[in-house]
Design a protein around this ligand. Structure first.
Ligand code: AMP
Length: 206
């Protein structure tokens, strides 16, 4: 498969970032992450307010902002893996007007495990590398292995916001699974295992 166009779906904490990077490296395609793009632009003033005002509550940023980010990024590249988009049915319908998707991969992880993963997650503000206080601690306490910067907890990884993000996933993103479910190229992958095993399952799809 040359320069595929892939959508990676899954609840927050399912491992989309990790698997998205692996897919992107494997096919040498762009890794387009709406969450990262929005974090970089979180204080951008738009007619709907700033992205931050939605993200800090775990709510979805309005479609028109996110659709534009994705369209601009997609137009710059051939193949891509989309991570964190589409997150509702309207975004999925919009995506179908700007790209033909080859594969949709749904990473499934149960809520109990997601809460454990998200509440212990720490990230590097400089290079976006992910850690976990228990499952993947950095070599030097609180410091990024790649660039040495001080790790932080994302403000939306606090308990109440995590619960809201999981609720938003059930309410808005589950309909996206139904949208793709009966189409060719849709595969559900069990994301509970360690990242190497999950990657093995994903590679087998291709
Ligand atoms: P993530 O890093 O993918 O968990 O995204 C962090 C936050 O960014 C989400 O909780 C939303 O507030 C926002 N966000 C990311 N992707 C989207 C999207 N496709 N549509 C709306 N909001 C998004």
């Amino acid at each position: 498969m040359k320069s595929p166009k892939i959508v990676l779906l899954g609840p927050p904490g399912a491992g989309k970032g990790t698997q998205g990077s692996l897919i992107s490296g494997y096919f040498e395609i762009a890794h387009i992450t709406t969450g990262n793009a929005l974090r970089i632009n979180r204080d951008l003033k738009t007619e709907y307010g700033t992205p931050r005002s939605y993200m800090d509550r775990g709510e979805l940023v309005p479609d028109s902002i996110v659709n534009e980010i994705v369209e601009v990024e997609i137009k710059k590249v051939g193949g891509f893996v989309l991570d964190g988009y589409p997150r509702n049915k309207e975004q999925a319908e919009y995506l179908s007007t700007i790209a033909e998707i080859d594969k949709v991969i749904y990473l499934h992880v149960a809520n109990e495990e997601l809460i454990k993963r998200l509440s212990g997650r720490r990230v590097c503000p400089s290079c976006s590398e992910n850690y976990h206080i228990e499952f993947r601690p950095p070599v030097r306490n609180g410091k990024c292995d790649s660039c040495g910067d001080k790790l932080i907890q994302r403000s939306d990884d606090e308990k109440d916001t995590i619960l809201n993000r999981l609720r938003v996933f059930s309410e808005y993103t589950k309909p996206v699974l139904e949208y793709y479910n009966n189409r060719e190229g849709f595969t559900k992958v069990e994301g509970r295992d360690n990242p190497e095993d999950v990657w093995e399952s994903i590679r087998n799809i291709f």
